[in-house]
Design a protein around this ligand. Structure first.
Ligand code: ZN
Length: 108
């Protein structure tokens, strides 16, 4: 008996199991075509999730940035700290997600 990863939820299951004990996916009905298809759908979902994260990061960055300059926030106030933190976190997050997306698109 070997342990394999469920093609749908990626959790570890026995290769002798008829269905995944985590997500209930029937393994007997699966052929290689379906498995390839599931993998493709998973990749698309993952890419979509990364895009959503990068969008949130962008919002954080722009929000903090605009808040700081539009409202003329004074240095040392909590608003300034908040805007600064939001800008920095948004910027770092955005870069990290973009790099992950780049690597993600490269691997086949
Ligand atoms: Zn599963």
């Amino acid at each position: 008996m070997a342990v394999i990863n469920c093609p749908s939820c990626k959790k570890k299951i026995s290769d002798k199991a008829n269905a995944c004990s985590h997500c209930g996916l029937s393994l007997q009905a699966l052929d290689t075509d379906k498995i390839a298809n599931l993998a493709k759908v998973n990749r698309i979902n993952q890419a979509q999730r990364l895009m959503n994260y990068s969008f949130i990061a962008m919002l954080l960055f722009c929000g903090g940035f605009l808040f700081m300059f539009w409202d003329n926030v004074e240095q040392g106030t909590w608003q300034y700290l908040l805007a600064m933190t939001s800008t920095i976190i948004g910027f770092i997050l955005y870069i990290v997600i973009r790099i992950r997306l780049l690597f993600f698109k490269r691997q086949k």
